[in-house]
Design a binder for this molecule. Structure first.
Ligand code: F0G
Length: 457
């Protein structure tokens, strides 16, 4: 296949979902009714939904068949053992604790490890991860490499953690750090991969201070594919072997199966430490369920088990990463500023650079995402000052970047959908000078981007 330039989806379509084609006037009305918050729209009013790649992918024929094997026994279901075996094939940790999605794993782990006076470093916390750390009274500290903060700077592993900054933190405050986290791929930093070499260096620093290292492994297969493509000596290796290498460098993981589990719901928490696992299981029983289902139906466990076998397939990963790159390259060629290199699951437009006339506290990322919806019915999401600008002490400052993420659901849209997105992004970018900022008229104390109401300025 390497001979041909055209990216073909390595699957045929087996069942179709209609897309309702709305008019610009309909979308104007929908925006007003939603308080200009795209999370508040009726999804039937969206043409191409790039809000998230989480739980929005298409399951395969074999996953739907696996669903029929779902066994709903409360305890010890065969589906649990199928799930466990499939997880352990890639992530051979001693304890695997199923949860209904990634943030449930985060909530449980940080309830045990967090608390006031603690600090959790991460290359970059995803919003729910940060919120779950902060909800315990702990501090969530981002330590990405300096290149990660410059959207236009190209680096093969722009998701890497700043090892020197981690060393400095641990030299000064090791007793306050219960765990070090690395997010693969680094979602909030642009869907950028982390190298095995960086993980090894982080591991060495953690070992020096006897602090456990955990992975937020939502997009582990995409990360492994980038390692295969870009890291010296990795090109000839099988993806599952690269994944097991990542696993061996950490003491545990949190996972959302809604991403590289290729499932619509699910997640897990895994670790080697017996005592920590026992504490986590006790919390699991309190809110999620018995340890052999953890808030999931047996059929969900089956879908994830099959999804994990499919996600490490090289034809799938080649198509996945190249089709994201195709979208990014076309937008780049049109001169629209974006995060480079193109990440694994999404393209991140640099709204701060595209809209220099809108100051960060008037939310350029929000303005751009609203415009993409109004003009083309495309729903992306702001990752910037709306998402990260409000702090636990009530103050508001500009986020490090103001990006708009166009996340690509797995195996869901075709190349002509992507071509349409390119056309709309170009149209909006050509008229960028006409866009205006927003102000927030209503917001909750935490994770405000989900429910805040806005007004155009
Ligand atoms: N960690 C990362 C890196 C994530 O991207 C997400 C979810 C989570 C944890 C939480 O997992 O949704 O299953 O509870 N990210 C989605 C997104 C929501 O759109 O990027 P969850």
């Amino acid at each position: 296949m390497e001979r041909w330039k055209t990216i073909i989806e390595p699957f045929r379509i087996h069942s179709v979902e209609p897309i309702r084609l709305t008019t610009r006037e309909e979308r104007e009305r929908a925006l007003k009714a939603a308080g200009w918050n795209l999370f508040n729209l009726h999804a039937d009013d969206v043409i191409i939904d790039l809000l998230t790649d989480s739980g929005t992918g298409a399951m395969s024929r074999d996953q739907w068949a696996a669903v029929q094997h779902g066994d709903e026994s409360y305890a010890g279901s065969p589906s649990w053992f199928t799930f466990l075996e499939s997880v352990r094939e890639l992530w051979p940790y001693k304890h695997v604790i199923p949860t209904h999605q990634g943030r449930a794993a985060e909530r449980i782990l940080f309830s045990v490890l967090g608390g006031p006076g603690k600090v959790v470093p991460n290359n970059t916390h995803f919003d729910t991860t940060r919120a779950n750390v902060e909800a315990t009274g702990a501090e969530a500290l981002d330590l990405p490499i300096p290149e990660a903060l410059h959207p236009a700077t190209v680096h093969p592993f722009k998701g890497n953690m700043d090892v020197t900054a981690l060393e400095r933190l641990l030299d000064e405050r090791a007793e306050e750090v219960p765990v070090v986290f690395v997010t693969i791929t680094n979602n909030s930093g642009g869907g950028q991969p982390v190298s095995l070499r960086n993980l090894r260096a982080v591991r060495t620093v953690c070992d020096r201070h006897a602090i456990p290292l955990f992975l937020d492994a939502c997009r582990f297969a995409e990360n492994a594919w980038f390692i295969k493509l870009r890291e010296e000596g990795q090109g000839g290796r099988a993806i599952p072997d690269i994944v097991r290498d990542m696993a061996s460098l950490a003491d545990g993981m949190t996972m959302s199966a809604k991403k590289d589990g290729l499932a619509n719901i699910g997640g897990w928490l895994a670790m080697n430490d017996d005592q920590l696992a026992e504490q986590c299981r006790n919390l699991l029983i309190l809110t999620e369920g018995f340890p052999t289902y953890g808030g999931l139906a047996g059929r969900d466990l089956e879908a994830i088990a099959q999804g994990l076998r499919e996600v490490v397939d090289e034809d799938y990963l080649r198509y996945r990463i190249r089709s994201t790159e195709y979208l990014g390259d076309a937008i780049d060629a049109a001169g629209v500023p974006l995060v480079k290199p193109i990440g694994g699951h999404a393209v991140y437009l640099d709204a701060r650079a595209l809209l220099p006339h809108i100051p960060p506290l008037e939310y350029p990322g929000h303005a751009l995402s609203v415009a993409l919806y109004r003009e083309g019915g495309i729903r992306g999401t702001e990752i910037g000052t709306v998402m990260f600008g409000r702090h636990p002490d009530g103050t508001e400052t500009p986020a490090a970047m103001d990006l708009v993420r166009l996340a690509i659901p797995r195996r869901t849209y075709t190349q002509s959908h992507v071509d349409y997105v390119i056309e709309v992004v170009r149209f909006v970018a050509e008229r960028a000078a006409q866009l205006r900022g927003f102000r927030i008229v209503e917001e909750p104390p935490r994770l405000r981007h989900f429910t805040a109401k806005f007004e155009p300025l």
